[in-house]
Design a protein around this ligand. Structure first.
Ligand code: HSE
Length: 400
């Protein structure tokens, strides 16, 4: 029997417990031996829980227990989670996490310790909730040079955008429901302002390139700037708007960004709604792969965590293919050098100068202003051209 510990009995941690209890037989079959929960660390009071004897407030009850081989860290945040994870790996225990902030910031350090101690540090649940994406990238796409990973990586913002634009719900109302459903981060600005998606694209591109992509190298813009008028324009030109995490490699260099993008209705990402996430992966041999599923929520996320636990029960030895090394800051493509088309909104009075700077093109009438699509240009050139025409009302990158 494999005994596990759980740190943090919140939405995901309690989901892990529930799956281990409910799917006991299937887990035994899939892991090759029984998995049981021995200890749960949480500072809150669970004395009324039906298995209250499992709970402790003392970390030493987990790290010092030689019967516990695997610990699930679902507490979130950095401070304590960092110290606990380091101590657990150093004491020879494997760790499974859903904590994307921690993986993105300190994954490289934890992989080094895991290698030294010949244990595992797994993080499937840190990206895309219940969607298998880490393991397919590490294993199944191994024959490919992965040149691009992009998609909808945040369930809360996708839920908000869907509710706002399909059901006319207010931004605040949709965010509140997402929080009530357990989708949002403790601090929902991490969702709304793109930091959560940033951590996820950083993890995916770190895995793909084998080098840490620090969050500060990722261009980040959230969904606060998107208005109902933008959506009306989008619909008029056959597009929808989604918050997209996007990473690509070119001649050994890498770029990653998070920003709202216009998605053509012909692209399957445009149909991804509510809390669902989807990741598109481009490999030079396999072409495009698409992964889809629930990007947040108790049981979908816990399913990915328990999947990692099963993997470790099958083999607890360090596996280098799930890891990356420290950052190589030389090899980043600046955001300004990224090429894309943009949808730009301007005042009617700016049309003549816009025609001079961007060339003749169709100017689409909105409610109060006009919009047009640029040619493919670098983001740096776009900024310079916008300055030449005296500023714009809004600009949104087109997904390609
Ligand atoms: N707050 C995150 C989201 C949870 O909404 O996607 C899952 O990572």
């Amino acid at each position: 029997m494999k005994k596990i510990g759980i740190i943090g009995f919140g939405v995901v941690g309690s989901g892990v417990y529930e799956i281990i209890r409910k799917n006991k037989d299937i887990l035994t079959k899939n892991a090759g031996e029984e998995i049981d929960v021995k200890r749960i660390l949480d500072i809150r009071d669970f004395s009324a829980h039906e298995e209250a004897h499992l709970f402790t407030k003392d970390f030493n009850d987990l790290v010092g227990d030689s019967e516990i081989d695997i610990v699930v860290e679902t507490m979130g945040g950095i401070k304590f989670a960092y110290e606990y994870t380091k101590a657990l790996l150093s004491s020879g225990k494997s760790v499974v996490t859903s904590n994307k902030e921690l993986v993105a910031a300190h994954g490289d350090e934890f992989f080094r310790i895991a290698k030294e101690k010949n244990v595992r540090y797994l993080y499937e649940a840190s990206v895309g909730g219940g969607i298998p994406i880490i393991r397919p990238l590490a294993n199944d796409a191994a024959a490919n040079d992965i040149c691009e990973v992009s998609g909808i990586l945040n369930g809360t913002t996708n839920y908000i955008l869907t509710k706002m634009f399909k059901e006319n719900e207010s931004f605040e109302g949709a965010l509140k429901t997402a929080q009530e459903l357990g989708y949002a981060e403790k601090d929902p600005t991490a969702d709304v302002d793109g930091f959560d998606a940033c951590r996820k694209i950083s993890i995916l591109m770190s895995l793909v390139t084998g080098k840490k992509i620090p969050s500060e190298m990722v261009h980040i813009a959230g969904i606060r700037t998107i208005t109902a008028e933008d959506v009306t324009y989008a619909a008029a030109i056959g597009y929808t708007i989604k918050l997209i995490g996007c990473g690509f490699t070119k001649e050994g260099m890498v770029n990653a960004s998070v920003e709202p993008m216009l998605i053509p209705e012909s692209c399957p990402l445009s149909t991804v709604e509510d809390v669902f996430n989807s990741v598109m992966v481009k490999g030079n041999m396999v072409d495009t792969l698409m992964f889809y599923g629930r990007g947040a929520g108790k049981l979908p996320t816990a399913s990915a965590v328990v999947g990692d636990v099963v993997d470790i029960v099958r083999s607890g030895e360090y596996n280098p293919y799930f890891s990356w090394e420290e950052s190589d800051r030389e090899s980043f493509i600046p955001y300004e050098d990224v090429e894309a088309k943009f949808f730009v909104r301007i005042e009617e009075s700016q049309i003549p100068v816009a025609r001079e700077v961007f060339g003749d093109r169709e100017f689409i009438k909105g409610v109060n202003d006009y919009g047009f699509v640029t040619d493919e240009i670098t983001i740096g050139k776009l900024a310079a051209d916008i300055e030449k025409i005296g500023g714009v009302i809004n600009k949104i990158r087109l997904y390609k």
